[in-house]
Design a protein. Structure first.
Length: 202
């Protein structure tokens, strides 16, 4: 069963924080390091804490080959989680974004193999908000989550707004019972977003 809250992950936070400096130093080299033509694949140091977190909340991580035409390089949705291809993964933060889409599905829906991620704009905003809460919980830098090659050029805006507490996507998280905006949180006596009441829909 997934835990009811997501902020007690001390060991993963420590691992993520110890990896952050390595990430910043290696960012410029991530693209060539993941060239599938290379005989050596050097893993992004943020992949282990992210995948450990996703498994801890109840999502399945399977390591294996992913087709070149996957929507996000190196990641496809499988029954109950994600398949990750180390040789094709370009950005570790994409794992959190795809997991955010899965979090908005019911448990029964997540169990369906090869389910298509909905293009609905509201669910996309929810996935962004979910991924930020997860990144905050495990200590992933925002520049790794909202990387410049994604989000259709909106990465700097997302980083600026979330850093300033101007969150998007939280109404859907509240509607699904995953988190509360400030007013509702005060009514219930719980911390507001980015604290999560639960990480996955039941």
């Amino acid at each position: 069963m997934p835990p009811s809250t997501g902020h007690g992950k001390g060991s993963m936070v420590g691992l993520a924080k110890s990896s952050t400096n390595a990430y910043r130093a290696a960012t410029s080299a991530i693209e060539p390091r993941f060239n599938v033509r290379s005989a050596t694949v050097v893993e992004d140091p943020l992949v282990p804490p992210i995948t450990a977190f996703l498994e801890s909340i109840g999502l399945r991580i399977e390591w294996g080959e992913v087709p070149d035409d996957s929507f996000l390089p190196g990641i496809v949705v499988i029954s109950g989680g994600l398949r990750v291809d180390r040789s094709r993964l370009r950005h570790a933060g994409d794992l959190l974004h795809e997991a955010g889409h899965l979090a908005g599905l019911t448990e029964a829906e997540r169990r369906q193999a090869d389910i298509a991620v909905s293009p609905d704009p509201g669910l996309e905003m929810m996935a962004i908000a979910w991924s930020y809460a997860a990144a905050t919980a495990i200590g992933i830098p925002l520049e790794a989550l909202f990387h410049p090659t994604g989000y259709k050029g909106w990465s700097p805006t997302l980083i600026e707004n979330f850093s300033a507490g101007r969150y998007v996507g939280t109404p859907m998280l509240q509607y699904l019972g995953l988190a509360c905006e400030p007013a509702r949180a005060a009514e219930l006596g719980v911390p507001p977003y980015p604290h999560m009441l639960r990480w996955l829909r039941p």
